[in-house]
Design a protein around this ligand. Structure first.
Ligand SMILES: [Zn+2]
Length: 265
């Protein structure tokens, strides 16, 4: 029920976002503090791609290469807040249940949660599901139930991002980090625009939320957890984790340790 209510509220706020013109706070893009790799929070995220030949509205044709690019751009937005999303894995999965006609052109929002395979879900990370088509660009129904439609469309803003999907993913992850919608059209949390700005208050709140998530680690903790893994049996995860640390901006002793560890594998 709560999720149903959330859909209603999100829809209402989205509609309001289009109807009202908010004040433009131009300082938003210039207020990011300088962050070093050591001050980053790392949050694991699993990406799910629905594959089905019998339900075009559910099926997404996005490739793993598309996801690499999308997540690189999503991270470029969130790096300004000292937050990095580690792409734990990309899972291609069949829809678990399809309790609506497979011929529909858009997945009904109230049935989205029927689609994920329970076995591919864990409470230890964010989960982003790409679907072929639905009536809105994206929906955050919980940190394990973030939905993004492949055909997302956004209103272009000056200085905005060059493609919709990373912005929609970053926006929905923003909800996961406790951020509400904003009217400022160049802001990441405005509805339906290419804006990617974050102001100082949003950065502070997102970082505070990130630190409170049980599966979010500081970069140093993330490196330490990586060191504890079985370097042979879990080699793929180790490499992915170390490369993720190397993706953090700037240079730092922590990144140097990650680089040395990667070279020694
Ligand atoms: Zn939203």
């Amino acid at each position: 029920m709560r999720r149903g209510l959330e859909i209603g509220l999100i829809a209402l706020v989205t509609v309001c976002g289009f109807l009202l013109t908010g004040r433009m706070s131009r300082h938003a893009l210039n207020s990011e503090p300088a962050l070093t790799a050591d001050s980053f929070q790392i949050i694991p995220v699993r990406i799910h791609l629905f594959r089905t030949s019998s339900a075009p509205a559910i099926h997404t044709s996005l490739s793993r290469e598309d996801i690499e690019r999308i997540m690189r751009k999503t991270n470029a937005i969130w790096h300004r807040a000292g937050i990095h999303f580690w792409q734990e894995s990309v899972v291609e999965e069949k829809p678990y249940r399809v309790p609506f006609p497979r011929s529909v052109s858009e997945v009904p929002l109230n049935f989205l949660n029927a689609l994920p395979q329970p076995a591919n879900r864990t409470g230890r990370m964010f989960h982003v599901y790409f679907v072929g088509s639905m009536s809105i660009n994206g929906l955050h129904m919980g940190n394990d139930a973030i939905y993004v439609q492949q055909g997302a469309e956004l209103v272009k803003m000056p200085g905005g991002i060059d493609e919709p999907l990373p912005r929609v993913v970053a926006h929905e992850l923003g909800h996961g980090l406790g951020l509400p919608h904003r009217q400022d059209r160049i802001n990441l949390m405005s509805s339906g625009t290419t804006g990617t700005g974050l102001n100082a208050q949003e950065i502070e709140l997102a970082r505070k939320t990130a630190r409170s998530l049980p599966f979010s680690l500081s970069a140093a903790e993330f490196l330490e957890h990586t060191r504890m893994l079985d370097q042979t049996a879990q080699r793929k995860a180790v490499v992915s984790r170390l490369q993720s640390l190397l993706d953090l901006p700037g240079s730092s002793p922590l990144k140097q340790r990650a680089r040395e560890m990667l070279q020694s594998l």
